[in-house]
Ligand binder design. Structure first.
Ligand code: ADP
Ligand code: MG
Length: 260
């Protein structure tokens, strides 16, 4: 069974791209076949996986506009079971262009159907907005992973985010359950870390949705993208790599027990 997971939070800098790249890489290292679809015009997931984003012309944008078949946009990475559909700044035009298309919100969903069966996991790195690109991601995905940065304003914008998810569920009849909330840049030893954990728990009314694994602040996670490598390849001993491997394990265990 393939599972599509969208990594979503309209807040910038909360670790969406870092999570998409490193969680995908970790699952590939555990033997899963994984695809990352970069839906952010900034193309950071593309760069972080070793692709020169300005040299590619077959991107997720050309899939959305109907110029390219999705199969022709898939690129290999340094990890054999990890592939990527790249993005670059061209995608920023899509918000306006797609709004003129009939049924614009299902374009990504329809495209993914063609390749769906090739993978165990497909991650979508969702852009930091609540526009047409994000709605396409929500329609296409099976579930949502929300990274939340441990900071004072951690939950700011969460109301709008959850409203958008509900709207897509209601209007487009496309349910996207929350796979889990991931605490990033997190330190349980600090007062701030503990405060953020309990406010997230209070907000969602339970800790059930919060991944047991948390991602610490780790400079190696921030350095790896400039070398075009997932952190796990760049330095597999770093605390960041270990955390994403642990998260991958937690997700595989959960999926196994649910599949039984
Ligand atoms: N756990 C972490 N420890 C240290 N730096 C991190 C961590 N997670 C992300 N970063 C860095 O913070 C910045 C924002 O992260 P990113 O994943 O790009 O966020 P988003 O995609 O949500 O905008 C990047 O420079 C990234 O390298
Ligand atoms: Mg990003």
């Amino acid at each position: 069974m393939t599972e599509i997971i969208a990594i979503l939070n309209q807040k910038g800098g909360c670790g969406k791209t870092t999570t998409a790249v490193n969680l995908a890489a970790a699952l590939a290292i555990y033997g899963k076949k994984v695809l990352v679809i970069d839906m952010d015009p900034q193309g950071n997931a593309t760069t972080g996986m070793g692709i020169e984003k300005n040299k590619v012309t077959k991107t997720i944008y050309s899939v959305l506009t109907g110029e390219t078949n999705i199969k022709d946009t898939i690129l290999n990475t340094e990890i054999s079971d990890l592939e990527v559909i790249p993005s670059n700044i061209a995608l920023s035009g899509a918000e306006i262009e797609l709004s003129k298309e009939v049924g614009y919100h299902t374009i990504l969903d329809t495209a993914i159907e063609e390749i769906y069966e090739e993978y165990d996991y497909i991650f979508i790195d969702v852009p930091p907005s609540l526009g047409i690109l994000t709605i396409n991601c929500l329609v296409a995905t099976d579930s949502i992973l929300i990274p939340i940065q441990a900071e004072f304003y951690a939950l700011e914008g969460m109301v709008d985010l959850l409203e958008t998810i509900k709207l897509v569920e209601r209007r487009l009849k496309s349910p996207s359950p929350i796979k889990g909330i991931l605490l990033t840049l997190y330190d349980s030893r600090t007062r701030l870390g503990r405060d953020v954990y309990s406010s997230v728990k209070n907000y969602f009314g339970t800790s059930e949705n919060i991944f047991k694994t948390t991602i610490p602040r780790n400079v190696t996670l921030a350095e790896a993208p400039s070398h075009g490598k997932p952190c796990i390849i760049y330095d597999n001993e770093s605390s960041g790599s270990k955390a994403y491997l642990k998260l991958a394990k937690e997700i595989m265990d959960k999926d196994n027990s649910e599949g039984e």
